[in-house]
Design a protein around this ligand. Structure first.
Ligand SMILES: [Zn+2]
Ligand SMILES: [Zn+2]
Length: 272
C-alpha cells in the first residue's frame, strides 16, 4: 500500500515538475515577446539644417523651407541677409553685376517696367523670359524681339511679376545693370547708388494690386537696411531715353502704402 502511495506521489511530483517547466518556458516567451513589442524604435537621426539668416541649426522638420533654403522663423524669412539677399524672394542670380564703388550704400530706388515679349503677359505667364534675359539665357529663336535683345547684358535687383511673386537677381550690396546713362538730381551713373525694381508690365495697362502689395513689403524691408531711400522712375533719371514705369504706375499708391515721406519722392506722385 505504501509503495502505491509513493508511486502516486512520484507521478504527481513528476507532473508538477513538467508543468512548471512548461509554464516557465511560456513565461519566458511571453516576456521576450512583450520586450520585443516594447523595444524602442531605432529612430533615424533628425536632419539638422542652418537658418539662412542667422545660421542657427534646427531640425529640418521644424524649419520654414523656402526654395532650397531654411529659416528658423517667419521674421528671418522676411529679412535681408548680410549678403544682401531677401529671404522671401526667389533667387535667380544674374552674372550681370559689379561691386559698388567703395563706401557707397544705395540711397535710391529706381522703378522700371518690363515684359517679354512686350505685353505678352496679358495672354500667358511669361515672366520666365525676363529671368532668362537677366541670366543671359534668352533664346533668340523664340521671338523676333528676343533676337534683337538677346545679346544685351542687363539686370535688376528685383522683379515683381504680375502675380506679385518677388524674384531677386543681384545682391543689394552689388550694382545691378538697370539704369544705364542716367542722372538723379545731378548725380550721374545711378547704378552705383541705386536698387532697381522691375514691375512686370507695359506702358499701356494698369499694374496689379498683388504687385503693389509685394512692392510695399519690399520697400519696407529695404528702408530698414537703407534709411532715407529716395524713389524715382527710370524715366525721371533718363528722360531722353526711357519712359518706364510709365503713366500707369501709381506713385500716390506707393507713397500711401509705404508711408514714404514726400521729400523722398523728389519727382512727386503725379502720373507721368
Ligand atoms: Zn534664423
Ligand atoms: Zn527701365
Amino acid at each position: 500500500m505504501a509503495r502505491w502511495l509513493f508511486l502516486i506521489a512520484g507521478v504527481y511530483l513528476l507532473y508538477r515538475w513538467i508543468k512548471g517547466k512548461n509554464s516557465t518556458k511560456l513565461n519566458r516567451e511571453d516576456a521576450l515577446k512583450s520586450m520585443s513589442d516594447k523595444a524602442p524604435e531605432i529612430l533615424e537621426p533628425e536632419v539638422m539644417v542652418p537658418c539662412q539668416y542667422c545660421n542657427v541649426h534646427l531640425p529640418q522638420s521644424t524649419a520654414i523651407t523656402f526654395e532650397q533654403r531654411f529659416y528658423c522663423c517667419e521674421e528671418h524669412l522676411h529679412e535681408l541677409d548680410i549678403a544682401g539677399w531677401i529671404g522671401f524672394a526667389n533667387w535667380r542670380p544674374s552674372p550681370n553685376y559689379d561691386v559698388r564703388p567703395e563706401n557707397i550704400q544705395p540711397d535710391l530706388v529706381v522703378i522700371h517696367h518690363i515684359s517679354l515679349p512686350p505685353s505678352e503677359f496679358k495672354n500667358k505667364h511669361s515672366s520666365h523670359y525676363i529671368v532668362d534675359f537677366f541670366q543671359n539665357k534668352l533664346d533668340p529663336n523664340v521671338h523676333p524681339y528676343f533676337a534683337e535683345i538677346a545679346g544685351q547684358k542687363v539686370s535688376s535687383h528685383f522683379l515683381i511679376t504680375r502675380s506679385g511673386e518677388l524674384i531677386q537677381f543681384v545682391s543689394t550690396l552689388n550694382k545691378a545693370w538697370h539704369a544705364g546713362v542716367s542722372s538723379f538730381l545731378g548725380r550721374e551713373k545711378c547704378n552705383d547708388f541705386s536698387i532697381g525694381i522691375e514691375f512686370e508690365g507695359d506702358g499701356e495697362s494698369a499694374f496689379e494690386d498683388a504687385q503693389y502689395k509685394t512692392l510695399t513689403a519690399l520697400v519696407k524691408r529695404l528702408s530698414a537696411s537703407y534709411p532715407n531711400l529716395q524713389f524715382a522712375g527710370h524715366s525721371d533719371i533718363a528722360p531722353d531715353r526711357k519712359t518706364d514705369p510709365g503713366p500707369f504706375f501709381d506713385w500716390q499708391k506707393l507713397k500711401k502704402e509705404t508711408e514714404i515721406s514726400p521729400k523722398n519722392l523728389p519727382y512727386g506722385v503725379t502720373f507721368r
